[in-house]
Design a protein around this ligand. Structure first.
Ligand SMILES: Cc1ncc(COP(=O)(O)O)c(C=O)c1O
Length: 306
């Protein structure tokens, strides 16, 4: 149960119900918290491992730096905190959320301090929420949102900041209202950008295309999948993608931490068949081999917690 979980807050463990901050804190009232979501996988020989822990902690620090903030713990201490929290809660698989937040009571837009408190939460979604974090694993119905991805000239969109996520929330809400599972957003220039919390890949005639960095999050799964494509000798184009390509792609898939590779089964009601397509299946299989420990070539991506 969630209420049994212990939360790491600035070096100490506290009960789940006690892990709160004041409503007038800067991070709650202005949305200035930053965060990371990581996946935990149970490997037969090493036990629970965190996927690409180093990359997530690096991105947490990049997010802080993009926003002029400073985490109150070193990167090594944050990595250690994640491992300790997974061990403390006896989680074998599930999700970790690292939060960096400013607890200062702030009525002004600019808080007086820029040091972030650090909290680490872990959950086993099946045990604690009675469901998986991913709405569907056998394919999602996707639409193209009428909301644009935040323009990088308005906020640093590479920062994983709470306030940026109203954008994805609105896109996902629109998808739900239209009877879809997920939405992809275009950037403000009209090119394909990304989903609410997912990166997008298109496959056409054996080549993979994905939007280049600039208007999207520096996703860790995206870069891992690109590395897997290289290992499989599948060419990948990172470029500007016209939305027309969504109408003609042979395969489309989303990637993100909780589900890794999620095939899209319809795009604006156009069925993509078969689902998953052969390239999506090949990548999903290789990723599953990596996260289950069957593939050793990318074993360094998994960090044992003990
Ligand atoms: C906007 C956005 N794009 C892509 C992703 C996927 O990133 P990652 O693979 O690092 O989980 C996320 C993750 O939450 C996201 O919020």
């Amino acid at each position: 149960m969630l209420s049994d979980r212990k939360v790491f807050v600035n070096g100490k463990f506290t009960a789940w119900e006690q892990a709160g901050i004041h409503m007038m804190s800067h991070s709650f009232s202005r949305g200035s918290a930053i965060f990371e979501v990581l996946s935990v996988h149970d490997l037969p020989d090493t036990g629970p491992c965190v996927f690409r822990l180093d990359k997530h902690v690096q991105r947490l620090f990049s997010s802080a730096s993009a926003l002029g903030m400073v985490p109150g713990l070193s990167p090594e201490s944050v990595e250690e905190a994640v491992c300790r929290t997974v061990r403390k809660n006896g989680i074998r698989q599930g999700a970790v959320k690292i939060m960096g937040y400013n607890p200062e009571i702030a009525f002004d837009i600019l808080p007086s301090g820029n040091t972030l408190d650090i909290a680490v939460f872990v959950i086993d979604p099946v045990q604690d929420l009675g469901k998986r974090l991913v709405p569907t694993s056998d394919g999602a119905d996707m639409c193209v949102s009428t909301w644009c991805k935040l323009d990088p000239r308005t906020v640093p969109i590479a920062a994983k900041a709470a306030a940026n996520y109203l954008n994805g929330m609105l896109a996902r809400q629109e998808a739900k209202n239209r009877g879809c599972d997920m939405a992809v957003m275009l950037d403000t220039l009209g090119f394909v950008a990304e989903g609410a919390t997912e990166s997008i890949f298109l496959v056409k005639e054996g080549r993979i295309m994905t939007p280049s960095l600039g208007s999207i999050l520096h996703s860790i799964t995206r870069s891992s999948v690109i590395t897997l494509c290289q290992a499989l000798d599948i060419p990948v184009d990172e470029s500007r993608i016209s939305p027309d390509l969504l109408e003609t792609a042979d395969e489309i898939f989303f990637t993100c931490t909780p589900m890794k590779v999620l095939p899209i089964k319809t795009c604006e009601q156009r069925p993509l068949s078969p689902v998953p397509g052969p390239v999506t299946q090949q990548l999903a299989d290789l990723m599953a081999d990596v996260t289950s420990g069957r593939n050793r070539q990318f074993g360094a991506w998994l960090f044992p917690v003990s």
